[in-house]
Design a protein around this ligand. Structure first.
Ligand code: ARG
Length: 482
């Protein structure tokens, strides 16, 4: 006697447990609700519905052109898919977990709407090349959106950099005051990072923009298909050259996520600086209230929540990169269901970066620069010490001797609690006595070399912080932005 509560449901030979299933004839028992939920991707891959329909249309048109399906079937498929597109857009489409993923949901509805023509759509195709195509189409759009947002972000950086091409700011190394730079120069560093980020996305787009369709399950198909015409219709630059590779690799998604992780890392660094600059102990900037929140207990607080979240969300995107690399690393050729796990990290990565860039485009103009505090910080930390050494070198002292002479001067200034220029020529000479040939090289013109403006002007070459060079860099950048 069998225990009916645990024994699998047996179906009579030849009968199908669910005639609706695309693959049900082979199976003798249905999956449990838990397995259905576990294996289904429709809750998250339905966001590729528009791409799935586009891909199906291009495939069906090719099938008709090649005489693989009749023209009348194509007309039915086109009509059915147009209707499904409308239903989805209006939120009226009945998504069902029973149909596992976006592809089967749409195909089943198509067959319900147009009958046998719907059943012919999958001729010469597999979900394996179908899903790879959908992801590439989706990602191509995401990349284009990100490229446009990066351009916005860069333009905002250029605007602020232009306003502050000559605004002095302490440049730091090891978070210690190092040398004066201008705030515009500092912002242009982030502009450069964003330029490389954009290059990476453009480069990744080239490799993403190749058509997998035609690879079918893994080996290609026995129908006389025309892959190039499908590629043309879908705007792909070329077709994937190897069918096994086309259905199995997700390196383009990994590359994209890596590019996103780097972009987020750059934005995270900028966020860290905004947070630091906004601290009342530093006070270099103020950030518009709309990016900050208060504290529920400390009434005086204005917390830079948005930059902090950018920093935090960078960890999440980095995690997605590791997830995708790990997903891929153990997979034998060709397609494995593991790949279904590519979508959530990929979508979340794109969503996170897109939102972050949108917010940043608004946040940059929301930065109020407190130039007075930046300048005040430059009077602490001997920011022009290198300039004093360079002055002595220009007057003929070997650099190592100059370095030692200035170290002595810094020590003297420190013990008097003043900055280097405050020592005056005599004070500087006194301090440098131990270094032969240093003091006598000082003349009245040293005062100018020790000013912040003098230090800035002196660094006047491509890539330097002299305000004119910063303006020239901004002009070149504007030229490149077109
Ligand atoms: N939902 C699947 C995915 O995301 C589609 C491909 C399924 N192919 C298969 N042979 N089970 O990867």
């Amino acid at each position: 006697m069998s225990d009916s509560s645990t024994a699998p449901q047996q179906h009579p030979a030849g009968a199908s447990p669910d005639p609706d299933k695309a693959w049900s004839g082979r199976f003798s028992e249905p999956v449990s609700e838990l397995v259905k939920r576990y294996t289904a991707s429709v809750p998250f891959d339905r966001r590729m519905a528009a791409q799935d329909i586009r891909g199906s249309l291009a495939h069906a048109r090719m099938l008709a052109r090649q005489g693989i399906i009749p023209a009348a079937d194509l007309a039915d498929i086109e009509r059915g898919l147009a209707r499904i597109g409308d239903e989805i857009e209006r939120g009226e489409f009945a998504w069902s977990l029973d149909d596992e993923d976006v592809h089967l949901n749409i195909e089943k509805r198509l067959t319900a709407l147009v009958g046998d023509a719907g059943k012919r759509l999958h001729t010469g195709r597999s979900r394996n090349d179908q899903v790879a195509t959908d992801i590439r189409l989706w990602l191509r759009d995401a990349i284009d959106q990100i490229l446009a947002l990066l351009t916005d972000f860069q333009n905002r950086l250029l605007d602020l950099a232009e306003q502050h091409a000559g605004t002095p700011l302490p440049g730091f190394t090891h978070l210690q005051v190092a040398q004066p730079v201008t705030f515009g120069h500092h912002l242009m560093a982030y502009y450069e990072m964003a330029s490389r980020d954009a290059e990476r996305f453009s480069d990744c787009r080239r490799r993403t923009n190749r058509l997998p369709l035609g690879a079918a399950a893994l080996a290609g198909t026995s129908y006389p298909i025309d892959r190039r015409s499908v590629a043309d219709e879908l705007g792909f630059d070329s077709v994937c050259e190897n069918s096994l590779d086309a259905v199995s690799d997700r390196d383009f998604a990994i590359e994209f996520t890596a590019a996103c992780a780097l972009t987020m890392t750059h934005l995270s660094r900028l966020s860290e600086e905004l947070i630091l600059w906004m601290s009342p102990r530093v006070g270099f900037i103020d950030l518009a209230d709309r990016f900050c929140t208060g504290s529920s207990i400390m009434p005086q607080k204005k917390n830079p929540d948005v930059p902090e979240l950018v920093r935090g969300k960078t960890g999440r995107v980095n995690g997605h990169l590791v997830a995708l690399l790990t997903l891929m690393k153990g997979q034998p050729l060709a397609y494995n269901k593991d790949n279904q796990e590519d979508k959530e990290p990929l979508f979340d990565t794109a969503d996170t970066l897109i939102d972050t860039l949108r917010i940043y485009a608004d946040m940059i103009p929301g930065i109020r620069v407190r130039a007075d505090n930046m300048r005040a910080a430059l009077t602490q930390g001997f920011a022009t010490a290198t300039d004093l050494a360079d002055y002595l070198v220009r007057k003929g002292l070997p650099f190592r001797d100059a370095h030692e002479a200035v170290a002595l001067a810094v020590r003297a200034a420190e013990s008097r609690g003043c900055d280097l220029p405050d020592l005056g020529v005599d004070g500087l000479r006194d301090a440098m006595q131990a270094v032969a040939g240093a003091g006598e090289r000082l003349a009245d013109d040293v005062a100018a070399a020790l000013t912040v403006e003098g230090a800035l002007q002196a660094r006047s070459h491509i890539g330097g912080t002299a305000p004119d060079q910063v303006r020239a860099a901004i002009a070149r950048a504007r030229g490149r932005m077109g």
